[in-house]
Write a protein that binds this ligand. Structure first.
Ligand SMILES: [Zn+2]
Length: 271
């Protein structure tokens, strides 16, 4: 599933190619992704210019003249900018065709993606309104995590993966950030002190920043906008490494289930 770094990589890939371009038409080859597609899209979008491509959590926001398109890649979605004449593949469900002859092509084999038009501020849409702060912004600090965790019995890993607390800390990056902070993922959130939360906030920032710089992590089928795989996988220190040696202490990485998610950690480095 594309996580925040993959979505940000996609944003950086497509933004220069579609900003200031004018929509000529939208081609819908399916009636439904996660939800039925709004047939009014074909009436609303032509003639509108894309002014900016922004991101909030894992949503891409295409700011147009009279509103915004909200896009989410779902479980397996992929966006590319290609000449509109490019042969259409099996799961190419939507083309946003521009007057310069290119199109933004939305491929989504599992059809869990989202494509919505809103004429109001997209940040006020119910999908986005309740989200916590961005992990790379100034709001995510050790103090913020400490304050919100007092008296919480939930394990720290599902605690930081809660999108209402902070967005974009998915399963891979939560495991990696906890390793960097030296915190066991099953430690109760309310029992972790201020100093360790400062390390965790820094770990989250570092791991997401490095993953974005590397172009995301390829686990299943994520591809960058240019079709290359992301390279962050080569930098993973615990995720997917059960039974292999810890890069820091040599003990074997273990995998447990926590909140129904595979959770990797080093019993030597994480306490
Ligand atoms: Zn270790």
């Amino acid at each position: 599933m594309p996580e925040l770094p993959e979505v940000e990589t996609t944003r950086r890939g497509i933004a220069p190619l579609i900003t200031n371009q004018t929509v000529a038409e939208i081609i819908l080859r399916t009636g439904k992704l996660r939800w039925p597609l709004d047939p009014n899209l074909a009436g609303v979008l032509p003639g509108q210019k894309i002014h900016a491509v922004k991101r909030r959590a894992k949503y891409l926001l295409l700011q147009c003249d009279s509103g915004s398109l909200i896009l989410h890649l779902g479980m397996s979605g992929n966006l590319r900018v290609v000449p509109a004449s490019t042969t259409v593949g099996r799961h190419d469900h939507v083309d946003l065709v521009f007057s310069n002859g290119n199109c933004l092509r939305f491929n989504d084999p599992r059809k869990f993606g989202v494509l919505l038009w809103v004429s109001v501020d997209p940040l006020s849409h119910p999908l986005l309104a309740g989200l916590g702060p961005e992990p790379l912004g100034e709001e995510l600090t050790g103090d913020y995590l400490y304050r919100n965790s007092r008296s919480r019995k939930i394990a720290v890993k599902p605690f930081v993966m809660d999108q209402k607390l902070v967005v974009g800390v998915g399963n891979i990056y939560a495991s990696e950030a906890l390793f960097r902070a030296g915190i066991r993922p099953d430690r109760p959130a309310g029992k972790i002190g201020r100093r360790r939360y400062a390390l965790l906030a820094e770990g989250i920032r570092q791991v997401l920043g490095e993953a974005i710089a590397a172009g995301g992590t390829t686990i299943n089928d994520f591809r960058q906008n240019d079709g290359k795989p992301g390279y962050f996988r080569q930098q993973l220190q615990v995720y997917g490494r059960a039974g292999e040696s810890c890069t820091a202490c040599g003990r074997l990485i273990v995998c447990v289930r926590l909140g129904q998610r595979s959770t990797y950690f080093c019993p030597g480095c994480q306490r």
